[in-house]
Design a binder for this molecule. Sequence first.
Ligand SMILES: [Zn+2]
Length: 85
Amino acid sequence: MHLILAVIVVLALTAAVLLASPTRTCARCKGERVTRHRLTKRLIGCPRCKGTGRHYRRGATLVHRYRWTIRPELRDMRDTRKDDN
Ligand SMILES: [Zn+2]
């Protein structure tokens, strides 16, 4: 019984962290946005984070997709803000 409670607490904490900060510094380029090609050793744009220096934590897309499903007005707000730019 305590195990189930612990699992629930861990899941809740994970979801809270993912909602608060869904991205983390890219582990491959350490946020430098460029990395050395494995064979040629030339600097290339980091393929893992696609040159952004950050990438989504594991499960972050899942959590946020779920949040957008239950809160469609949030997605609408995001879309209108994008149109303003
Ligand atoms: Zn990277």
